[in-house]
Ligand binder design. Sequence first.
Ligand code: GLY
Ligand code: MN
Length: 440
Amino acid sequence: MRTQTIATHYADHLQVLQQRAAEALRRCQRDHLVIPSGTLHLRAFDDLDYPYAVNPQFKAWLPLTNAPGSWLGITPGQRPRLIFLQPHDYWHTVPREPDGYWAEQFDITIIRTPEDALAQLPPDASRCAILGEPQSALGEFTPDNPPAAVAYLEYQRAFKTPYEIAMMAAANRTAARGHRAAERAFRAGSSEFGIHLAYCQATGQDANDLPYGNIIALNQHAAILHYMTQDRLPPKPLHSFLIDAGADHGGYAADVTRTYSAHEDDFAALITAVDAAQQALAARVRPGLDYRQLHLDAHLALAGVLHEAGVLRVGAEEAVARGVSRAFFPHGLGHGIGLQVHDVAGFAASAEGGTIAKPDGHPFLRLTRTLQPGMTVTIEPGIYFIDMLLDELKAAGNADAVDWNRVDAFKPCGGIRIEDDVVCTDGAPINLTREAFAEA
Ligand code: GLY
Ligand code: MN
């Protein structure tokens, strides 16, 4: 039934992409959009390849994430063409014959060697906008990524079609399954590595499938924002668990974070307070909201949480004004999400280019655009106890703002982050992650 929903929306999605492609071509004055899926990259001084990563411009058109050496040809007014590499190869798995809901929308030509694509591409490469990485060059078809076309396509990519939202809903359902299994493994006393394996098992995805490396952090490791080490032994005693782990569905990402306490204690109460603040922020995802304002309001909300918990001796407004909240919440509130976990064009001022600046003092914010229907963003506030930043806070003359005994009490737990993927609509937002957890 869900696959049907995805399939039902796919034709409309393609139509939107066709319109965007026509406009992008008009802007760069070319006739065809040509998009290589990308090739394998050899590791330096080695005969092995890095894991393949498909060109996002390619997977925007169809849910093919493992098809190196293939090409798309888009000409306004014509059916899209897929030139699909299916080599004669007994060393590796050969990509399956294209099938499924999307395949009937394409004119498909199977080729057996990468060079066979040349005879299938438009006759005059100079009339093509070729979107890809330099390594994909084939004969005259060297990716040139015309800036006017790329800026336009990337700006528009923020506005998700119903098909894309259905794909991300599916990715969130897979991630929620993994998160439930990971919590069970944590409660059973597993190591970080053991929890990671439980997550992979439950999602059916591993390092090469997942949209980003799992962050599985027990105790103080949660204070390292992108902790990816995965200890093989569980710590003793066990205090806390932060998991930031997503899932892929046909090239679309989920990005989900949860934090748990091992005990019914003050840290558990702090998690509950951050969760409430997170849900209040997520509920504000509405058209016309400047995401920068939401980020600044998150500082106020989290400073309030820290004040209530006795960590801050000063009120929320003073803590924000003095820059104290930045020591505890040192990253952005979130980012656009879609074909990429950190979606492109987060700072784009318009389809023509230009940049919307980040607020002063907030260098890690990844999204500065004003929300509009279809935009899908993460909302991921956090509170951390990070020695380096707390030392800087003291050095800046702000030691009086903090109750250091409370900080010491929370430090063994590392930190808290709660993250959902939220769709902006004309009305109330759709929280893809909460819906997925409710079903899991
Ligand atoms: N999930 C990792 C990040 O958003 O940076
Ligand atoms: Mn994120």
